[in-house]
Design a protein around this ligand. Structure first.
Ligand SMILES: [Zn+2]
Length: 400
């Protein structure tokens, strides 16, 4: 079938010309936009990609100077007394939205339950938990654009990102307060975790790990790019220039992959199920070390692949900070992750990653990320207790 109309009259010819003009205009705008995004992305390179004109170069420098200024004036890095354990959490992490949170398969109070289990188990004292500050607009602008942040002032956009359609019907002030504020608090936790990890060797943010969000796009329950933000803060404030992201959530971490595309300072090891969301083939090109685990993968095979992957990563890259995205949606029975890893397997997985970092004396930040079942909180708490038993973290610092 041919969809090109025959040009037989003046009016159809004009219509055809207008359509062609419109097509090329749209194409040009899209190309310019894409090129603009390309320049923006590449403006974060450490080694500096040579820019073709001096004006581009000065724009890049201006953007970098602005970013640096924002990071230096941020309040998110504050001094934490030694009596606290580098485990970060706030009651305001948990999302309660007039019962609407029950419509999402995500257990939106898992963060609080992890801490309650740790306290009940006697592994943690409540007053030793570090409470972070909420990331401000200026903090978020370190990575996000003004236009992306403005898009969150529309409840429909937030509803799409968190995959709860009824949220579109609520006034934005309520959405900000009940959904976005908890997320911003978790972002503050992830950013602070890097500072604490540098000081203490490790830090766990009992939240965060929003690995589907990039500078310009949210999705998959991720509204802010906390991993990208955390790493930019570490570059600017912690004298760190090589970061390894170890992303073991069942889903591909397309957000940080887009944000650090071609950035030689960041090594991304991503072990994910390629048959599930987000199926982001563009972002896959930016994974430094890709390990694909198919639906139905069992614990032994998973752990064998992880051993191999960590050995390769350790030989290829010498990080000064590890950001470990420890999603538990690889758990057997998780309807979204579709892998079959046992709770014990998750504890061993976490142990292996902590061993990797601690043996090399590299500070490690752990984020809890995805994990959609009610049982996830128990599994995470058990794994943290196991890390403590294996002396990979020291939860007793608080009693000194
Ligand atoms: Zn996930």
């Amino acid at each position: 079938m041919n969809f090109v109309p025959s040009i037989s009259t003046e009016s159809t010819r004009n219509l055809f010309n207008s359509t062609v003009f419109l097509f090329f205009t749209v194409a040009t705008v899209k190309l310019t936009h894409s090129f603009g995004r390309y320049l923006l992305r590449n403006s974060t390179f450490a080694s500096g990609v040579s820019m073709s004109s001096s004006s581009s170069s000065s724009t890049t420098n201006d953007a970098e100077t602005l970013r640096h200024g924002r990071i230096l004036s941020s309040k998110l890095y504050f001094d934490v007394p030694i009596t606290k354990v580098p485990l970060i959490y706030s009651d305001s992490y948990d999302i309660a939205f007039l019962g609407i949170e029950k419509l999402h398969p995500f257990d939106s109070s898992k963060w609080g339950r992890i801490c309650r289990y740790l306290i009940l188990d006697g592994a943690l004292e409540k007053n030793c938990i570090v409470e972070p500050l909420e990331a401000s607009k200026d903090d978020l602008l370190v990575v996000h654009s003004e236009s992306y942040l403005n898009s969150l002032k529309n409840s429909s956009n937030v509803a799409m990102i968190i995959e709860v359609p009824p949220v579109a019907l609520f006034p934005n002030c309520l959405v900000q307060q009940k959904v976005l504020c908890p997320f911003r608090k978790q972002v503050g936790g992830t950013i602070l975790a890097a500072k604490l990890a540098k000081e203490r060797g490790w830090a766990i943010n009992v939240g965060g790990g929003f690995h589907h969000c990039s500078a310009e796009k949210g999705g998959g329950f991720c509204a802010y790019a906390d991993i990208s933000l955390c790493i930019h803060y570490a570059f600017a404030r912690l004298n760190v220039s090589r970061v390894m992201i170890i992303d073991l959530d069942a889903h591909q971490g397309n957000g940080h992959e887009m944000d650090f595309s071609n950035d030689g300072r960041v090594y991304i090891l991503d072990m994910y199920n390629p048959g599930i969301y987000p199926l982001d083939y563009e972002a896959r090109r930016y994974i430094t070390q890709k390990v694909e685990v198919m639906s139905g993968t069992l614990t032994n095979e998973y752990l064998r692949k992880l051993d191999e992957a960590l050995e390769v990563a350790g030989n290829r890259f010498d990080p000064e900070l590890v950001v470990y995205n420890a999603g538990t949606d690889i758990l057997d029975g998780d309807p979204l992750g579709r892998l079959k890893i046992s709770p014990e397997g998750i504890a061993i997985r976490d142990e292996k990653v902590f061993q990797f970092a601690r043996e090399r004396k590299v500070p490690i930040v752990m984020l809890t990320s995805g994990g959609y079942m009610k049982s996830s909180a128990r599994v995470i708490a058990d794994s943290i207790v196991n890390l403590s038993k294996k002396c990979l973290i020291d939860m007793r610092q608080a009693t000194i």
